[in-house]
Design a protein around this ligand. Structure first.
Ligand SMILES: Cc1cc2nc3c(=O)[nH]c(=O)nc-3n(C[C@H](O)[C@H](O)[C@H](O)COP(=O)(O)O)c2cc1C
Length: 187
């Protein structure tokens, strides 16, 4: 790639500059449902692997997003860093990991979760109508339940936008024969 800084290095720097702000780990994840309608929600970045060009999140395997990604692996991430006024839009494909596929990967994230967050995964399926019977009794949270999942997003296209100064900086990155090509464009 030319002398333009890679989106991976930019994202590493944005994460570095905002490391003390938990909100900077939230991003918007868009998926597509079976009718082709977009669905979007906020999730937490658990890991950005710049070498593998991937982002991991944790989720409930019974959630709508997993159903959608099972039928269409394409997803889009929009990540705004308020402190630096930078936006990343990432085109990606998703792979869902759960206990039956890769126990070690799952366990790594489970072990890092505080107990109060673990409890969340022992309840009724997300989206199910609330009933008074939904009282949570959990005796042991050492091991993740079967519905605890990790989604890994592999990034195949990126767009960087910086609106902190004028003129705004906007760069499109796309993979060409395994090499990233960067193209500055009008913001
Ligand atoms: C600040 C914030 C962080 C969230 N983080 C996650 C997350 O990491 N994983 C997740 O599955 N849902 C997370 N959620 C909940 C989702 O936004 C969403 O409501 C839920 O996953 C159900 O979405 P779905 O029905 O489209 O699957 C978060 C919500 C908020 C407001």
């Amino acid at each position: 790639m030319s002398e333009i800084e890679s989106w991976q290095d930019k994202l590493i720097r944005s994460l570095d500059k905002t490391q003390n702000d938990p909100v900077s780990r939230f991003f918007q994840l868009a998926t597509v449902d079976r009718d082709g309608r977009p669905n979007i929600r906020t999730v937490v970045c658990r890991r950005f692997n710049s070498n593998a060009e991937s982002i991991d999140i944790i989720t409930d395997l019974r959630s709508e997003k997993c159903r959608q990604l099972e039928s269409n692996i394409n997803a889009s991430i929009c990540w705004y860093f308020a402190a630096t006024r930078e936006q990343y839009r990432l085109g990606c494909s998703a792979k869902i990991f759960h206990q039956y596929i890769e126990v070690t990967k799952i366990k790594h994230y489970w072990d890092k979760l505080p107990n109060k967050n673990r409890l969340h995964f022992f309840g009724a399926p997300p989206g199910q109508r609330l009933t008074s019977k939904d009282v949570l009794v959990v005796s042991n949270t050492d091991l993740p339940p079967p519905n605890f999942a990790v989604i890994r997003f592999r990034i195949h296209a990126a767009e960087y936008l910086n609106v902190s100064e004028l003129p705004h900086v906007r760069i499109l990155y796309k993979l060409d024969n395994h090499h990233w090509q960067a193209k500055p464009v009008v913001a």
